[in-house]
Design a protein around this ligand. Sequence first.
Ligand code: MG
Length: 206
Amino acid sequence: MKVICIGRNYREHAAELGNAVPTEPVFFLKPTTACLYPGQPIKLKPLLGEIHHELELVVMVDSYARDVPESMALGLVASFTLGLDLTARTLQNELKAKGLPWEKAKAFDGSAVLGEVELPMTASTDLQRFAIELKKNGVTVQQGSTADMLFTVAQQIAHVSKYITLEPGDLLFTGTPAGVGPIAEGDVLEGFLNGKRVLHVTVAKG
Ligand code: MG
């Protein structure tokens, strides 16, 4: 099992970080040790500096697959939830400026926060029609629609599977809408999918 993350998948988020809009999906990986499961707090490690929340639709794949055509990609999706692709932003900016890999800023322990409610994929599920929202301490900080993704979930799966074999249990973080920002000790973060709370996590000291 692995965690695959798509970057810069919403036009306004690419713009807020000063990045160009990509012409194909941008992806990177997090190790399994990055997963933070429901009930566990986010722990801030001073070494990492400022940590940003990135609220994302997360889909779970349930079979082995490679070179998946876009038309068959959604058949691999078993369930979905929301997640936070936590990012050590200052560190990431330093790495980007030097042209270095992002792992130090993206793949650290606990950086892939998973929602507490996992929803099953059904025949009527349309992954590209979800309203997603993140509240920090009760105030909305990120709000978007999966309809605004630059690359659909099906396109993301098809693209990634050209390079990396998908395995049962793999998680795909599908990119964040605009509004990313820092988290601090004591914060309570809640993610809503079509108005239903599916993610709830608190921020503790490192
Ligand atoms: Mg992200």
